[in-house]
Design a protein around this ligand. Structure first.
Ligand code: SF4
Ligand code: SF4
Length: 445
């Protein structure tokens, strides 16, 4: 790791930063995929014809690292079916809404007395990391408990262009951020909490500084507004001065990182019993008529979000779920908002044109731009080697598994090489080779 981490000054385009999040009207239908989290997909416990209410569990967790799924609108289950979403086939529960948004009457505040109870309760919340990873929160905290967590890093950086959903959470739900810190302080007994926020959110910084002024263990830390300030390794270094080696778990350094909206949702769940059923989603991009921050029931088709924003203007060139640097493209406005979705960006054709890649000119800009000092050109070259063992050796030596797909290398490449795609292919190749080698190691013992 470099002692000074590279970062890009890219246009922020935080057009919705000052816009309060507004709740959309109750959708006529939601589609709830069972694979919205890391770990095994949840298993439906409802059948066609069942009436469900907001917050009611409709699918239970399956094995470790899995979490349940809850109804996000009230209405009737119309299908439990297989469906292809973003290229992967998964089971989906469809609910036809009755427009009432009736809450499950059994929901009640939670009062865990110790860490075991807290984690068991938290699992039922369906909460996952909302910064993009979607790893179940309870499992992250459970894995970390073997170590004393001295420092909790709360990620409020939100460095991706356009996205302002965490920003609005910090401004509009600051009380929940405070409650989240108090809850984790009680159960993890951590010595310090560092809330890292990019300095392009002065209102959020001021509000949280004021609310935490009597809690000396909380440091609301402004960070430079550069990309990718919110990436795990970058935040760890810039907010806590620490470096994790390849494969090293943060907990072994006495640290965990929690996204600020995840923390707020956790507090809401303990204080009201309402599991993860909705999200603030930033809707923006050149093809969106009126960009907004919307409060959206999970499972709402993204077409509804477009409609709430005055529809589209011009031709649609690219639809991105998430930010322009790390988000995923989709070709269907019928795709549902999933738990990890914090933005919907729609661009017109003119601003979506991919530039033709040309030959590498060996300028080294990709290496200079990489926050982790990785060498994307080495990955591209290695992926052309036919000998798989040699390819594996080079990619491993060049630490390809560290690549966090932040896109800085591709952004600066004058030859417009699809470096992130190649890096991802290289990571996938290394994972498969490692998995193939593991049984051999065991057998050799
Ligand atoms: S995508 Fe990977 S190689 Fe490229 S800059 Fe980001 S971390 Fe470095
Ligand atoms: S930035 Fe692009 S052109 Fe320059 S060395 Fe890297 S891959 Fe080659």
């Amino acid at each position: 790791m470099k002692t000074k981490i590279s970062a890009l000054h890219i246009p922020h385009n935080k057009n919705t930063a000052s816009m309060n999040a507004v709740a959309i009207s109750a959708p006529a239908e939601v589609l709830l995929p069972m694979n919205m989290h890391g770990g095994a997909p949840a298993v439906p416990v409802v059948a066609v014809g069942d009436y469900v209410r907001v917050g009611q569990m409709i699918a239970k967790e399956e094995g470790r690292n899995s979490v349940p799924v809850h109804a996000t609108i009230s209405g009737t289950v119309t299908a439990v079916e297989e469906m292809k979403i973003s290229g992967a086939t998964t089971t989906v529960i469809r609910i036809a809404g009755d427009g009432k948004m009736e809450k499950d009457p059994t929901l009640a505040p939670k009062n865990p007395e110790n860490l075991d109870e807290f984690l068991t309760i938290l699992r039922d919340s369906g909460i996952v990391g909302l910064g993009g990873a979607a790893f179940p929160l309870w499992a992250k905290l459970d894995a970390a408990r073997k170590n004393h967590i001295k420092t909790v890093l709360v990620n409020g950086a939100e460095c991706e262009p356009y996205i302002t959903s965490d920003h609005r959470t910090m401004v509009e739900n600051a009380d929940l951020v405070v409650r989240g810190v108090q809850i984790l302080k009680k159960f993890l007994d951590s010595e310090e909490f560092v809330i890292g926020i990019e300095d392009n959110k002065p209102d959020a910084i001021a509000k949280l500084k004021e609310l935490f002024k009597d809690m000396p263990y909380v440091n609301v830390k402004p960070l430079k507004a550069v990309y990718p300030q919110g990436a795990k390794q970058v935040l760890l270094y810039n907010a806590a001065g620490l470096v994790a080696k390849e494969g090293q778990r943060l907990a072994s350094l006495g640290v965990i990182i929690i996204n600020v909206t995840t923390l707020a949702k956790m507090a809401l769940y303990l204080d009201t019993g309402m599991p993860l059923v909705d999200k603030i989603v930033t809707v923006d991009g050149a093809a969106i008529a009126e960009p907004k921050n919307l409060i959206v029931p999970i499972g709402t088709p993204i077409q509804n979000l477009v409609d709430e924003c005055g529809g589209l203007k011009g031709d649609v060139g690219k639809i991105i779920i998430g930010g322009p640097m790390m988000g995923k493209t989709t070709d269907s406005l019928e795709s549902p908002v999933i738990k990890a979705c914090n933005a919907l960006l729609v661009f017109d054709e003119a601003s979506s044109k991919a530039l033709e890649p040309s030959a590498c000119i060996h300028c080294g800009r990709c290496v200079e731009a990489c926050p982790l000092n990785l060498n994307p050109t080495a990955y591209s070259k290695a992926m052309e080697i036919e000998d798989e063992e040699l390819r594996y050796q080079i990619l491993t030596e060049e630490n390809v598994s560290m690549c966090m797909a932040c896109g800085c290398c591709a952004y600066v490449c004058p030859a417009h090489k699809p470096l992130v795609t190649t890096n991802n292919q290289a990571k996938s190749f290394v994972r498969k080779m490692k998995a193939a080698k593991e049984p051999k190691k065991e057998g050799a013992k």
